[in-house]
Design a protein. Structure first.
Length: 353
């Protein structure tokens, strides 16, 4: 393929994320949308593209000429849809997570290698300009030595929750992937999860992760909180950095507030407040861009030049699923109901006290 020509693409799935992908594909002059596949697609404007009900129609009656596909179907269907498209010899951009399970993920990666096909996974926060700025801040030493990362991603209960999905696969994979890009390989130390709405599907979870260089991280996710929050806080030896994914802001707070010379002999609450207000504060400039648009353009670069840039490829996509899979299993075990011991005093061996 040449960088001068448009890449013919098919969009599979027209749910919430599918509509977003449709918009950015149609706005990108590097792609030509030739078909949209959805068994129950709403009457959305898709331009000159064909409207199809199933993947089989892509090859029926002469078929559709295309080179790649964007998969935006429910998570539980990613494996089946991706397999069918790779059997057609098509390159893929699969919405995150790659699949519902790590076993399925390995299967897709192996097939992409066997067929010599390019497959990227839509961990779109990699392209959030605030995350990119945070990488620069850490690399430049503004934070000193990073110690702990704390991620919060809450709100936005899905309109439909299907089998093969839960809050960990839906939300936590975003932050786990970002943390791996910032911290390196991670170990899942502990997790708790529970269900508020549907007893069969976890909608709230907390994960504790550890990096090989002794940094730690926590990830809190839930679908329940009424308002959306998407943030990460990084604590370092020289300050604390706050990133808001939605506002695309990156701010650093530092200073030596606790040093004796600043306080002198006046340790009143008012003096402490005044010092807090004047502590070092740097609001870094962030060039705001829509991550989904940047990701799509990088996918085009991958297809035309082989340069993956910051795209999430097989190994990283699989690692994210493996870590949340472990968290899910660990959290489910701890969420089992129990009751406190009826002995007079709790024993060291008691789980519930």
């Amino acid at each position: 393929m040449s960088t001068a020509k448009k890449v013919k693409v098919v969009l599979v799935g027209m749910g919430r994320m599918g509509k977003n992908h449709l918009r950015v594909i149609r706005e990108n002059t590097s792609f030509e949308l030739v078909a949209v596949v959805d068994s129950d697609a709403p009457p959305t404007d898709i331009g000159a593209a064909k409207r199809l009900k199933s993947l089989d129609e892509l090859t029926a009656q002469g078929g559709v000429d295309f080179e790649c596909a964007v998969i935006a179907t429910p998570t539980g269907s990613h494996h089946e849809v991706a397999i069918k498209l790779m059997e057609m010899g098509k390159h893929l951009l699969v919405e995150k997570p790659i699949t519902s399970t790590s076993v399925q993920g390995r299967d897709l990666i192996a097939m992409a290698v066997k067929k010599n096909l390019k497959m990227a996974v839509g961990h779109v926060e990699r392209f959030n300009p605030a995350v990119r700025k945070l990488r620069e801040v850490i690399k430049a030493g503004w934070l000193g030595t990073p110690i702990h990362f704390s991620c919060t991603r809450v709100g936005g209960y899905p309109q439909t929750v299907l089998n093969g999905n839960n809050v960990l696969l839906d939300l936590a994979v975003h932050d786990v992937d970002v943390l791996r890009s910032l911290m390196g390989p991670l170990r899942m130390d502990s997790a708790v999860s529970h269900s508020t709405v549907n007893p069969e599907i976890p909608d709230t979870a907390e994960i504790l992760l550890h990096a090989a260089n002794n940094m730690s991280a926590t990830v809190h996710v839930n679908w329940i909180t009424p308002s959306k929050i998407r943030s990460i806080r990084v604590t370092g030896t020289r300050g604390v950095c706050f990133v808001d994914y939605i506002l695309q802001s990156c701010e650093l707070f530092g200073g030596n507030m606790s040093s004796a010379p600043q306080y002198g002999t006046d340790t009143s609450f008012e003096t402490i407040q005044a010092l807090y207000k004047t502590t070092d504060h740097v609001a870094f400039g962030v060039l705001k861009e829509e991550p989904l648009k940047v990701q799509l353009q990088q996918f085009h670069t991958l297809l035309t030049t082989g340069d993956s840039g910051e795209l999430c490829l097989g190994r990283d996509a699989l690692a994210a699923v493996m870590l949340v899979e472990r968290a899910w299993k660990s959290g489910a075990e701890k969420a089992k109901p129990g009751k406190a011991s009826e002995t007079e005093l709790p024993l060291d061996s008691d789980v519930w006290v």
